[in-house]
Design a protein around this ligand. Sequence first.
Ligand code: ADP
Length: 583
Amino acid sequence: MTDSTGLERPVRGSRWSDAHARDALRPILDTLAEVAGSDVVGVSGIRDDGYLQVLCVVGPDDAQEVLVDSLAPVAELLEQLEVAEDWGTLKFVPHDRVNLDVERWGWVADGPRDVADGVWHPQDLLVAPISDDHGQLVGVLAIELPADQLLPTGGSRDLLEMYARQACRAIAAILESERLAEQIRLARAAANIVRRATGSMSAPEVLSECGAAIVDGFRAQALWTHLFGSEPRPVQDADPHSLPQELIEIFVRYSVAAWERQAVGVFAPDRQPPEPLEDADLKAVLEFVDAESLLVVPLGAGPECLGWIALTRGPGDAEWTAGEAEVAFGIGRDLGRALANASNYAREHRLVEELQELADYKSRLVATVSHELRTPLTSIVGFLELLEGDPGLSPRSRSAIQAIHRGSTRLSRVVEELLVLHRTADGELEAPTEVDLGAIVADIVELNEGPAAPRRIELTSSLPHAPVRVLGAAHELEHIVANLVSNAVKYTPDGGHVRVTLEEVDGEVVLTCTDDGIGISAEDQARVFEEFYRSADPDAAQRSGTGLGLAIVRRIVDRHRGGIELESVLGSGSTFRVRLPAL
Ligand code: ADP
């Protein structure tokens, strides 16, 4: 309890700052003073710095004035109890055994100094130690100067004992509730801080957001924060001078060791320097910092110490209690976690930005290259068509030109699809208009009859008579229908069936394209909407394609706030179903 560092080994002490507790003590002391026939009765509470603080006194005004809030070392009281006569709850120390610094113990009433046995001497000590439920000393009751000037004996001492016992029990309960009230107050402040420190804040935001709450919660004068790798700075400080390097080095050395020990430390003139610091370090800190005392708290996450915070209190402010030290340590841990999250968040954010830039660059590159290829390709295909019409071509040249023509056409398709992919990369649809999807489906089905007929593929459709209106971009919606229908025809063997239906169901327009073609394996179904993905299934691979059609379909469906589903069985056929919001 008298451990000089105190806070690293918490004892049962409190700050005794709550007037409410003092008010509750007064009637108990009044009753006791009456029973004892005593002029002055007082209660002191033990603080965790090893001092007794007088909390409440009944008696003459001058006695109250001198005694209330005065401090005396607990060690002195313990010494006196050892030489006391044990009356039970009460302990009596006759004046000739009293060995106290009288000034520090405060009140010594005037009275005759030379007295006979059985008569109260002004320097006699009559006290009742007050313990909590765990038998720990939490305070002391002191009774002085019986009005009749006589030491109580016999029945009157028994009565006084009984009252003192009851009073001690009541006082212990009040001191305990004061201690709990203080803990609750601190816990609330801490919870407040933790709540503020969550979310997607940057490290400086976390610190400035929490700083005010920490200063309030601890009734501190100022707060310094230092996150390793950045400059230490005051959060709320009238004097924002920066810390000299020497002091930063002391705090860093202390906080790294303290985080390892899971402790916080008090820097105050009457204390030992917190481990592993030395007297000179403590002196340097106290000389520089314009404060009476500091509570230095390491910030950490996992095994790593990330920085520290230092709370300062000025002259006359309360001393740091064990309860505060405990809560402060928890705050260091929670803040450390929040700061670690913040730096992870910042790192991820940077990574996402870089990836986004890379994706933008890739997309711009593809668009530029495609665009540059488009014009020359169009003229190549045009010239090849001209050449093919030349009747003087040898069969060898004709077949070579036809091969070049097929290759160029395929290249043109890739270029066109890349450009569409680029145009639909942005999730937002610009200026959507009212579109009749029924008309689009009818046109595309008709167009696909050309390639379907020679292969005896039966291509049928079922469309409502009335227009089927959706809100969107007509040329994009055309891509959806064209890709699905041409794929169905392409991946259906000769003599197969393809059926396209369009209907309105529960506020949705549903486009279904079903074929009894080669089907898609479950493994491929998971990937066919990826860019450039083509099935490795030999039946699929032998048909020419770019692997871009379904990626484009999916993007356009997304841009129209719709959805796409695929049901397929390898070898039996596939059904693609697109749902779009009806107008
Ligand atoms: P591709 O240009 O290769 O047809 P898509 O993106 O349109 O590219 O389709 C991706 C893959 O999905 C195709 O390579 C094919 O394996 C498969 N696929 C698409 N539609 C069908 C279908 N109706 N029947 C069977 N497989 C299909």
